[in-house]
Write a protein that binds this ligand. Structure first.
Ligand code: NAD
Length: 499
């Protein structure tokens, strides 16, 4: 059985804890590898050498650091298929989707090539007599990234790129469910010229996360994962005086107005609701048609589209719409929530409970589900299901529909389908959600904008990537300087000398 260890000081290192987690092939249900779970002592050693390596890296000029990013881009492109293949085999998502995962991460590395521009400070000439004032952005030192299973390339890249381009050393703690791709990315960064020790990839579970949170040397923590863990990490990091940005779960609503193009809306819902088996923080999990007629027509269009979805392993080719979910436990949790929806009175318009795939009976496949007539008190509405389950909540009016999205505890993404500019504008202005789509179902901002949710979907300040990332991974120092040529002997200002 393959044992996956850590990446420390530029090489693969076996774990010493004797503790391991299983890494599955979700399509077959087989354990394909075991990943080592680091101890606090292993974390301490990795942090100590990262701190040492950071000194020279932080002092390297930004353009040289950007060149490493440039080379990294080439290498990711060179190895795109290899990365995507490994990603699919551990995560389960289809091959094109896995390439998309790598691609969206790659775009942030491309953005980081602009680090010299982003890190330029500000300068005020002659803020007073003989006085200049300037501010500079300096790296924090050693920072940490803790990432979820559902984007094992994209989210580690969102963290590594800006953190390293800003001159920090990083401890990356990937999800223990699909740990291989971050290790492959570390190898590529070494090949791109990143000095050893500047990036350490340490695999682990709660023990290594707590070691990060309590470590005095680590200055900042960037987390992405479920809301309870995001909140826990935010609070513990803050108690320990660290800068923290922690992005959590989601329940993304899409409002469908009576004037919307319903074919477009139905296609969008199927892609955004069931793509990647619903294991996306930007998946649409709630459809809110406005008016009974809209709801009936939408349901009529959705049902055949959903029934046609092809569920299968990533090896079955490009016509597979989505693959298995990540673990047996995830599958059980989804089916338990589906049952609760039935028990609490929602109408199961598409029932995927008996789904089984010949030859892959032990895989973690979940058939697609559509619930209609869901109400806000039901568990399937309140909870993030993170599976191929779409809930329709029928609203009587636009006000009722927007009210639902506003009242929900999560605030990651949302969308509205309408042909009416006034309604769309009103929605974009009033909604208390971080990322908004107008006739766009998954409004993921591009690398040069920022990504982040509101309410229980995000804790802390500043978003991921875009200009915010350069702020998060640096601190500002402002220098006020006065030089004698502007000052008379004896300390008084020589105003004439300033003429
Ligand atoms: P998770 O919270 O279980 O795990 C995320 C990370 O936290 C992993 O590295 C894991 O090892 C660690 N962890 C797990 N339990 C821990 C504990 N008790 N103490 C300390 N650390 C712990 O999340 P997941 O299941 O890997 O990912 C799915 C979740 O991530 C979903 O809720 C999804 O919405 C969310 N997500 C959010 C965004 C976003 O940008 N808002 C993006 C992607 C995923």
């Amino acid at each position: 059985m393959q044992e996956i260890g850590h990446w420390i000081n530029g090489e693969h290192v076996a774990g010493t804890s004797g503790r391991f987690a299983d890494v599955y092939n979700p399509a077959t249900g087989e354990v394909q590898a075991k990943v080592a779970l680091a101890t606090q002592a292993e974390m301490d050693a990795a942090v100590a050498s990262a701190a040492e390596a950071q000194k020279a890296w932080g002092a390297t000029n930004p353009q040289r650091r950007a060149r490493v990013m440039m080379a990294f881009v080439q290498l990711i492109n060179r190895d795109m298929d290899k990365l995507a293949e490994k990603l699919s085999s551990e995560h389960g998502k289809t091959f094109p989707d896995a390439k998309g995962d790598v691609q969206r991460g790659l775009e942030v590395i491309e953005y980081c090539i602009g680090a010299p521009q982003m890190l330029k400070g500000e300068f005020t000439d002659s803020a007073g007599p003989g006085i200049d004032m300037y501010s500079m952005r300096q790296p924090l030192g050693v920072v940490a990234g803790i990432t979820p299973f559902n984007f094992p390339a994209m989210i580690p890249l969102w963290k590594m790129g800006p953190a390293l381009a800003c001159g920090n050393a990083m401890i990356m703690k990937p999800s223990e469910r699909d740990p291989s791709v971050p290790l492959m990315l570390a190898e590529l960064l070494k090949e791109a010229g990143l000095p050893d020790g500047v990036l350490q990839v340490i695999n682990g579970d709660k023990e290594s996360v707590d070691a990060i949170l309590d470590h005095d040397t680590i200055q900042a923590v960037g987390f992405v994962g479920s809301t309870p863990i995001a909140q826990y990490i935010y609070e513990r990091a803050a108690q320990n005086g660290k800068r923290a940005q922690c992005f959590g779960g989601a329940k993304n609503h899409m409002i469908i107005m009576p004037d919307a193009d319903l074919d477009q809306a139905a296609d969008a819902l199927v892609g955004a609701g069931y793509g990647a088996a619903g294991e996306r923080c930007m998946a649409i999990s709630v459809a809110v048609p406005v008016g009974e007629e809209t709801a009936d027509k939408l349901r009529e269009k959705l049902v055949p589209r959903i029934e046609k979805l092809k569920v299968g392993p990533y090896t079955a080719g490009d016509d597979v719409d989505y693959g298995p979910v990540v673990t047996a436990a995830a599958k059980e949790n989804i089916l338990r929530l589906v049952q609760s929806g039935v028990d609490q009175g929602a109408e199961l318009a598409v029932d995927g409970r008996d789904f089984s795939l010949q030859g892959y009976e032990d895989g973690f496949f979940v058939g697609p589900h559509l619930f209609d007539k869901v109400t806000p008190d039901m568990d399937i509405y309140k909870t993030e299901i993170f599976g191929p389950v779409l809930s329709m909540v029928r609203a009587g009016s636009y006000e009722e529909a927007i009210g639902l999205a506003i009242s929900h505890e999560y605030g990651n993404g949302t969308a509205i389908y309408t042909r009416d500019g006034d309604t769309a504008r009103d929605f974009a202005n009033r909604i208390n959600i971080g990322m908004v789509g107008i006739n766009v179902p998954i409004p993921v901002p591009l690398a040069y904008h920022t990504f982040g949710g509101w309410k229980k979907s995000g804790f802390g300040d500043l978003n991921q990537h875009g200009p915010d990332a350069f702020k998060f991974y640096t601190r500002t120092k402002t220098v006020t300087s006065r030089w004698p040529s502007g000052i008379k002997e004896g300390g008084e200002f020589n105003f004439k000398a300033m003429d």
